[in-house]
Design a protein around this ligand. Sequence first.
Ligand SMILES: [Zn+2]
Length: 131
Amino acid sequence: MKVFPPQLWRNKETLYTLIAGKCNKCGNIVFPYQEFCNKCKSFNISKIKLSGKGTLISWTVAYQNRPGFEKTTPIYVGYIKLDEGIEIVAPLTDVDESNLKENSRVEATVRKLKSDSTNGLIEYGIKFRLV
Ligand SMILES: [Zn+2]
């Protein structure tokens, strides 16, 4: 899978940190960051860095992946409620399935997402792990 360094650089804020928008008018938090509030439609938005900590609400596991990515299975994906109140779906890492329980605490961490076999570049991004 092709990795494009300029694209990674442009998206560095959202690839390696959890950046959201906070409405200065009504306090609503918008994730991922956008320049207007989806609650009151204000354009008075400030960028904030989310804590990366949250609670695992639910999860699922996939035992199949596309050709060439068989080594990355099984794939764990969590439904997570961040401490700021935002609910997201995100990949889980360092998973011991016997420890996965509803309401477990999780935190964001940077992990390898994919590598480009044509030029050796590796793309990193955020996954969540149990704490
Ligand atoms: Zn608002």
